[in-house]
Ligand binder design. Structure first.
Ligand code: NAG
Ligand code: NAG
Ligand code: NAG
Ligand code: NAG
Ligand code: NAG
Ligand code: NAG
Ligand code: NAG
Ligand code: NAG
Length: 649
């Protein structure tokens, strides 16, 4: 504790000592290092404490990057912390994407312009409640692959190749090279993973140093328990801990001290809120607890990164899942100090007040929360069921296979695959179709026989279904990938029918498998109004016995009113009476909705995807039941509202 106090004192005196430091240190040289005598970081030779916040550029449209970073700076932060998700940048092996919303270098340069330092966490595994913890799904093409381990050459080679693309882009952005990146994390909470493979950590540390130079300050982060650090910490990588408000701060830092007897105290993930899962209660963490813990840690001279400072959104299909299988929703609001939509909250100002007690916060105007607009109700019309639109959704045609194939085997990584076969015998409703004792539906399947909906199968929850149909009838099983597991042992999470389906104990064979390209459908529908060929009165697919229908596309459009200044503005879309599905606006995949399960009810719609110069086109893929499908109404409506609902209860 004496050393901690000495360091705190030096931090307070840092501005006064700067003059003296000019004589002692060569401050014209940019350095960032650890002072093991004073238990601090040294920036340009001077004691330095970071107060940082996590922001994920991949969860915020580029359009809003600067706004969010500026709000973080105005809260008094001197650093940001960010992951880099490998699967976001290498969607197919060897195909790299670094432009637009994926321009990670531009994001880091923006932070630099705003004089925010950067704590970089390039994985390659990042967890982050992100699909497969950031690992690309195509790694699973080697079915026996051992992830996050040195025991599987193909995994190491893929990692090596990726790091050789990413890290050279990061090198000029390192602090010592004139950029903002002060420290770089190796792997992520590796001590929580089963392998405990120091050769793997050594391999990564070696590759990081090879690409970034020997001066780079590398660190690890693990849950503040001895058992985690004993597999996650490695000599030469500075060991840090992560913990939230429920943790005893003294005890947590004592765990760090067991592995780093000297050096700065660091909480790399101080939880300002917590994540959600579909079907569970919305998570929150009280502002007073966050403020009190932050105060306590800063008073100890500790370096703190707040996870998250802004959570953002799992657009499209990017959310991850935990086990036993529970998928995270589209919103990653996280109850963070800046909301999903970037709004200033009470927690933001409470944190700013705490920071102000330790160091100055920037003067000037804090960028205000963006205005939101309630565009109101929009009527959607039924376009086609998935089965009716297979020519558009699967232009290359289906794959034939005796037994079912996984998503990976048909080279489909996200979204949906339709599995089709015929019934080998009459089924009168008491003959079960099993998803096998192996729980083979990953993750949710919408089942129909000859176009009549039969019900839903769901991983871990519903593995059998009674079906009705005659021998020779077409059995359609549309399987949804709800997001790959991002944490724990089961991160090699195969999707689709991952085991055989049986009917009255015999294995169903002779499958016709349609990988579905929903984005192709949405592109096609962009011009749909022009050549109307829908079936707006096709209610025959509705099964009145239990209100299920076939997975169906709906379309509609809305124009933004003229005469109101500053439109378009941000908004939120909600689905009254709808069940579960996916929504796009003007081709932008906003994510999944599932108000039946919650807790999330509204989806964030950033204004940059809207336009005043043409009708804005909405496409919805409803998987289970839309409110107008009972025949009482011609149209199903969605509604744009001006405030988010993330807690259904
Ligand atoms: C300080 O460091 C810079 C950059 O490394 C170097 O060019 C300069 O000569 C150094 N000055 C002194 C006084 O050592
Ligand atoms: C934290 O634990 C220490 C002992 O390790 C104890 O002295 C202290 O009272 C605890 N703090 C709180 C807030 O419970
Ligand atoms: C369905 O068929 C089975 C076997 O033929 C028979 O035992 C059962 O009563 C039938 N159920 C109905 C609802 O017709
Ligand atoms: C629909 O009905 C079938 C047969 O009665 C049932 O097994 C299934 O779970 C129901 N589906 C839903 C979504 O309720
Ligand atoms: C289906 O069963 C066959 C025969 O037992 C087996 O060879 C095959 O691997 C199984 N397929 C899957 C996806 O489980
Ligand atoms: C189900 O399969 C068993 C043999 O495995 C057979 O005896 C029985 O008749 C079958 N049931 C129906 C309804 O076809
Ligand atoms: C397999 O399915 C195709 C339709 O895709 C059908 O024409 C063929 O007769 C089936 N083969 C067997 C052996 O059932
Ligand atoms: C929406 O679709 C209509 C009809 O195809 C088209 O004229 C319009 O440009 C589309 N709007 C946008 C924003 O793309």
């Amino acid at each position: 504790m004496l050393q901690v106090r000495l360091c705190t004192l030096l931090l307070l005196l840092a501005p006064l000592l700067l003059g003296a430091a000019h004589r002692v240190y060569n401050v014209s040289r940019r350095t960032f290092e650890i002072d093991y005598n004073q238990d601090c970081f040294l920036k340009d030779g001077m004691p330095f404490q970071y107060i940082s916040g996590s922001i994920h550029y991949f969860r915020i449209p580029r359009f809003y990057w600067k706004d969010r970073l500026l709000k973080m700076k105005m809260a008094g932060l001197n650093a940001i912390q960010m992951y880099v998700p490998w699967n976001f940048h290498e969607p197919q092996p060897g195909q790299y994407e670094f432009s637009g919303d994926r321009d990670v270098e531009y994001f880091i340069r923006l932070a630099h312009e705003l004089e925010l330092l950067v704590i970089l966490r390039p994985g390659p595994y990042i967890c982050a409640e992100w699909d497969m913890g950031g690992l690309p799904a195509w790694l699973l093409e080697k079915e026996s692959i051992l992830l996050r381990s040195s025991d599987y050459a193909d995994y190491l080679m893929a990692v090596d190749k990726w790091l050789a693309v990413l890290l050279p882009k990061m090198k000029p952005l390192l602090y010592q090279n004139g950029g903002p990146i002060i420290t770089v994390q190796v792997e992520n909470e590796y001590g929580s993973y089963v392998t405990c493979d120091f050769d793997y950590l050594r391999f990564l540390a070696h590759r990081f140093r090879y690409h970034l130079g020997k001066d780079v300050l590398l660190f690890t982060t693990d849950g503040a328990e001895e058992m985690h650090l004993s597999c996650g910490a490695l000599q030469g990588l500075y060991a840090t801990v992560d913990f939230g408000t429920a943790h005893n701060i003294t005890d947590a830092f004592l765990v760090q001290r067991m592995f780093e007897p000297k050096g700065p105290l660091v909480n790399s993930e101080f939880y300002t809120g917590w994540l959600d899962h579909w079907g569970e209660l919305h998570s929150t963490v009280k502002t007073e607890l966050v403020a009190a813990s932050l105060y306590d840690m800063l008073a100890r001279g500790a370096n703190v990164n707040m996870y998250m400072f802004i959570g953002g959104t799992n657009f499209a299909y990017w959310n991850g899942a935990n086990t036993p299988y529970a998928a995270q929703p589209t919103s990653y609001d996280y109850d963070a100090p800046l909301s999903e939509a970037g709004d200033l909250t009470e927690k933001y100002f409470a944190i700013r007040n705490v920071i102000q007690e330790f160091k100055g916060v920037p003067k000037g105007l804090i960028p205000p929360s963006t205005p939101k607009f309630a565009y109101g109700k929009v009527a959607l019309r039924k376009f086609k069921t998935v089965a009716e639109a297979l020519d558009i959704l699967c232009p290359k045609g289906p794959v034939k296979s005796h037994y079912p194939l996984t998503f990976i085997q048909v080279k489909q990584y996200f979204g949906y695959v339709l599995y089709r076969t015929t019934l080998p015998q009459d089924c009168n409703g008491s003959m079960p179709i099993f998803s096998s004792p192996l729980n083979g539906v990953h993750d949710r399947a919408y089942v129909a026989v000859d176009g009549v909906p039969q019900g839903v199968l769901e991983r871990n929850l519903v593995t059998t279904l009674d079906i009705q149909g005659k021998a020779g009838a077409t059995l359609d099983i549309m399987v949804e990938n709800m997001g790959r597991v991002n944490f724990g042992e089961q991160i090699n999470d195969f999707k689709g029918l991952v085991s055989n389906m049986t009917l009255n104990h015999s294995i169903l064979t002779n499958w016709t498998i349609f990988p579905l390209d929903t984005e192709a459908m949405v592109r096609y529908l962009g011009g749909w109004e022009a050549h109307d060929e829908g079936h707006p009165d096709g209610y025959l697919t509705f099964n009145p016995s239990n209100f299920t229908m076939l997975p169906t596309f709906f379309v509609g459009s809305f124009s933004i009113p003229s005469g109101i200044p500053d439109l378009p503005q941000d908004t939120f879309i909600q689905f009254p009476g709808w069940t579960k599905g996916q929504v796009w606006i003007n081709g932008f995949n906003l994510g999944r909705y599932w108000p039946k399960w919650g807790p999330q009810v509204t989806l964030f719609v950033p204004r940059h995807i809207l336009t005043t110069s043409a009708p804005n086109n909405i496409t919805v893929l409803e998987l289970e039941f839309a409110p107008c499908m009972d025949g009482t109404s011609e149209l199903c409506t969605v509604e744009f509202v001006d405030r988010p609902v993330l807690d259904i209860s």
